[in-house]
Structures are given as C-alpha cells and as structure tokens.
Design a protein around this ligand. Structure first.
Ligand SMILES: [Zn+2]
Ligand SMILES: [Zn+2]
Length: 358
C-alpha cells in the first residue's frame, strides 16, 4: 500500500465491475494488466489516464515473472521433469525456485495498486498458488490471505483459513483441511502467543465485529418486522402467515450481507440473534485483550491511524514493536475500512463505550 495516508481516512467501498460505470455483465478484460474488466472501449479509454501507470506496472511484473518461470523450467537441474508438476510443495526449499516465488510476490504488489475487487481476487489467487507450491510459507504470505478474503466478502473461507492457520499441526500434510467451521464457535483455539503474526487475530476480531454489526442490524430489522405485522393487524388487513413469513425472510436476507450468515436457517427465521450478540461481544473482548497483550501499539494505532502510517514500513521487526504493528496494519487496514461500521466500532471499544452501541 503506497499511498497509505490517503486510504487511512474514513470508510471506503472496494470498487467492483467496470471501473467507470460499475456494470458487472458482458465485461471484457484489459489486455494490459489482464485484471480489470470494462463494459466497452469507451469506458476503458475514459479510465485510461487513471489506470495507465498501475496497468503498465502489472504488465511489467507479469513479463518478468514469465521470464523467471521459463528459466526455471529450462534449468539444467530440471531438464527431465517439470518442477511445476514434480516439485509442488518444495518450492522455496529448492533454491532455483526462489526467483519465481519472488516474482509472484512482486506481481501481487503491482496488482494491489489497481485497488479493485478483481485485483484483490487476483492477489488472493496468487497467494493461494504460492501456498500450494510451498505450504510451509517461508515467504510469510499467510498474513495477507485473511484480509483479502474479508475484502472479497468470503467470510466463511476467511474463518476456515484462520482456523487452519491456528490449529494445523503440519501445514504440508494438513493443507487447508478446515471447511465450513462454525464461525460462532469459541475463539479459544487462537494460540495465546503466536510467532510474529498479528494479522490473523486482527482479521478474526474484524470478522467477529462484522458479524456482530450484522446481528445488530438483524435485530433492528426484526423490530421493524414486528411493528409492521402489528400495524397490518391493527388496520384490519393482516397477511396470511405463510406470506408474512416469506416476506420476513426476504427482509432478513436483504438486511444481512454475509453469505456465511445467510446460510444459517436459525437467523433467516429470525431466531438466535440475541444470544449471538452476547456471544460475539464476549469473543471480541477476548480477542481484543489477546491482541493488546501481544502488541500494545495496535489499538492506539487503530484509534489514530494517520499517525501510525506516517513512518515507512521496514522489513525487519521484533515482536511487540511499533514496526510489527505497522506491518499488521498494512496487511489488514483496507479490510477494516471496507467493513461498514468496523472502524467506528473499534473506536468505541478502545474508549470502553461498546455498550452504547448494543
Ligand atoms: Zn462501463
Ligand atoms: Zn489494465
């Protein structure tokens, strides 16, 4: 994230569809970056002055990646076996694969400059490919995955990934083996002292905050549904039960944005959200304290992000340091800004005023 001061202010919505008009069907991909898609040449031309420099950056990164890929395939050590077939899982450990891995990482940085939903998806695809090639993750890609998933609205995938990351005994043998875990389950599986990665608990607390905000919205919606029902009865024109519950279900589906929640029958039938609200509040408190114990700079930085982003990122950091905080914020902050209400909620939490929101 190069222009971090610019992005640290206020909530934002990740652009999707045609960058000029947001249309989402019949799009054609930009042949330069092969990431953004346009509804037609007019809008592509219109967007070009804004897009040109990032588009060229992606094109160059892709070209040099292609060169390292060919060099790897043609390397004399691999002349009888394609490393992309024979050595999956051993990338990075095999020295010759490193330029390719680094090229992939550089490509994600270039794609990140496009700042668009299609770009986040493309970044995530590369992260997952890097993990497939090297599940041990010597490059530290895993910290960027949960934030990208949250930005794409992939809440269930994000939760499964975090849980896998936290609990897997062997990343090679148990590669991504958690599917559809219960997003409301206790957070005790989060290791109290993980090694130098704060992005994971930061994304988990963000996910829990997102769920809590959705639950509060659902609760408000439920009050409105009840009022409407009472009004209809008062006016002497009640809807038949079946029709009314279909209407209520529809309203709930529109209130909730997370597909992970829409998939739950209890919530869709207007049940269970009160307990979920107190469960989530407790889990958020727990994660908040855990993160605070790991790095005391995180929450003050969240309270005043512009200040936190003022200094340059460094590659090296020690646990609990300000540099560690900056790296974790850099990996997760866009996700925070893109979850409606999340930065406001965390400010209330920092100032001990969450009960005002509940
Ligand atoms: Zn368009
Ligand atoms: Zn392009």
């Amino acid at each position: 994230m190069e222009s971090s001061t610019e992005t640290s202010i206020g909530e934002r919505k990740l652009a999707a569809g045609c960058p000029s008009c947001a249309k989402t069907d019949n799009l054609r991909r930009c042949s330069g970056c092969k990431v953004l898609q346009y509804c037609g040449q007019d809008h592509q031309r219109e967007h070009w002055t804004k897009h040109k420099s990032a588009c060229n950056g992606v094109r160059r990164a892709r070209k040099s990646l292609e060169d390292t890929k060919q060099a790897l395939i043609n390397h004399p050590d691999f002349k009888d076996d394609n490393p992309f077939v024979k050595h999956v899982g051993w990338f990075w450990k095999i020295q010759e694969t490193r330029p390719y891995m680094m090229g992939m990482s550089k490509l994600t940085q270039a794609i990140g400059e496009l700042d668009h939903m299609d770009a986040v998806q493309a970044e995530l695809d590369i992260y997952m490919e890097l993990l497939r090639l090297c599940p041990g993750d010597n490059m530290g890609i895993r910290g960027s995955v949960p934030g990208a998933m949250l930005r794409l609205g992939k809440d269930q995938e994000c939760y499964d990934f975090i849980k896998w990351f936290e609990t897997a005994e062997d990343y090679d043998r148990n590669f991504l083996n958690i599917k559809n875990a219960d997003i409301f389950e206790p957070v005790d599986f989060v290791r109290a002292k993980p090694v130098g990665d704060l992005s994971r608990p930061l994304c988990l607390i963000l996910l829990k905050i997102k769920l809590l905000i959705e639950m509060l919205r659902l609760r408000n919606g439920e009050t409105r549904i009840k009022q409407l029902k009472a009004n209809l009865i008062k006016e002497g024109k009640p809807l038949p039960d079946e029709l009314f519950s279909a209407f209520a279900k529809d309203t709930r589906a529109q209130t909730i944005t997370s597909p992970a929640l829409r998939a739950r029958d209890d919530l869709m039938n207007g049940q269970g959200f009160s307990e979920k609200i107190s469960t989530l509040k407790e889990q958020i408190d727990k994660l908040y304290d855990m993160i605070d114990a790991q790095n005391k700079h995180i929450w003050p930085a969240m309270d005043n992000p512009d200040e936190a982003f003022k200094r340059e990122l460094t590659g090296m950091f020690s646990m609990g340091s300000e540099d560690e905080m900056r790296i974790a914020l850099n990996e997760t902050f866009r996700a925070w800004l893109e979850v409606p209400g999340a930065t406001e909620f965390i400010k209330f939490k920092i100032h001990g005023k969450v009960d005002e929101l509940l």
